[in-house]
Design a protein around this ligand. Structure first.
Ligand code: PDD
Length: 298
């Protein structure tokens, strides 16, 4: 038996305890990995950057030709109700839409099918202070994924293998390289710093544009920190003074060792410390005013 926590989840219009919800074995999400998802952090019961997450969801759905089953207002209402039903104030909302159940099994889209909408919320714990203070270690691996990595698809087998490679190596993240270029992590985006200048790969079909990635770029620009959005070579990654990873669940963490060699002096660098502070201040500010962006930008 799975040890499923007693949280309320949502499936196709119905809220119920997570361990009581079931989908058809003919669901195309199960048979083909035919679906897309989002992971939305919630602080003090406020979804963080909800508009951006819903926009990315809409783009992912459109890219794989699944009709968006809800308007942004309907999504916000479902997510709001899900959040209200949880015990924890800080949560991570997982949202998944698959093309739905269909018979017979056939790769091509069924003529008539209802998308399956599934959400659950988990208590969210920010990265432990020790990880922020000391950084994390990472390994690299060749990126063997498809060429539509900008779609947040549930078919994550290559990401799963990449992440497991990291676990086997005893590291916190696996950084993917393709054709001599830095791409992203198995479940995060990657930034480097060289001589005080931050650099990160540009959004493309090769990587998922993180909501956290966008926010870090925004914060760096807002605070006058030099930042270049451009291709970053493997050599630059290995030569960097600082390397960071970012995601909704891990916020921003310094990578202090890569493939067993120290990054910079092997401790989180000064630019990391600055961006971490800005990130936390932004988070605290928007949560206090109950808004997902500073008021002067609305
Ligand atoms: N993953 N790149 C990949 C491949 C990811 O899976 C993720 C996040 C990111 C960062 O995106 P964001 O900042 O929007 O979280 C980049 C989520 C957290 C997951 O799959 O659990």
């Amino acid at each position: 038996m799975l040890n499923v926590p007693p949280v309320t989840a949502y499936l196709n219009g119905r809220f119920a305890p997570l361990d009581q919800l079931q989908v058809s074995v003919l669901d195309r999400g199960f048979l083909f990995g035919d679906g897309v998802y989002e992971v939305i952090p919630v602080y003090d019961r406020q979804p963080f950057r909800l508009t951006e997450h819903l926009n990315r969801l809409a783009t992912s759905l459109e890219s794989v030709r699944i009709p968006n089953p809800h308007t942004p207002a309907e999504w916000a209402a479902i997510i709001g109700e899900l959040i209200a039903k949880q015990a924890s104030a800080d949560q991570s909302v997982y949202l998944q839409v698959t093309r739905g159940p269909a018979w017979p099994r056939n790769h091509a889209f069924p003529a008539k099918v209802e998308p399956t909408v599934f959400l659950f919320a988990d208590p969210l714990t920010p990265p432990a202070p020790a990880l922020v203070e000391n950084g994390v270690v990472a390994a690299t691996m060749a990126d063997i994924r498809w060429l539509r990595c900008n779609v947040k698809a549930i078919s994550l087998l290559a990401n799963v293998l990449a992440r497991q490679h990291g676990v086997d190596e005893g590291v916190a993240e696996t950084i993917l390289l393709r054709d001599g270029l830095l791409i992203e992590g198995s479940a995060s985006n990657i930034f480097i710093v060289k001589n005080g200048v931050i650099a990160a790969p540009p959004p493309s079909h090769l990587m998922l544009t993180g909501i956290t990635y966008d926010l870090i770029i925004e914060l760096a620009r807002q605070h006058g920190m030099p930042i270049e959005i451009r291709e970053v070579s493997e050599t630059e990654l290995r030569d960097a003074n600082e390397v960071w990873l970012s995601s909704s669940s891990r916020e921003v963490l310094a990578v202090v060792s890569l493939d067993g060699r120290p990054v910079g002096n092997g401790t989180p660098g000064p630019i990391y410390r600055a961006i971490y502070r800005h990130y936390q201040a932004f988070k605290a500010g928007v949560m206090r005013i109950g808004h997902d962006r500073p008021l002067d930008q609305t």
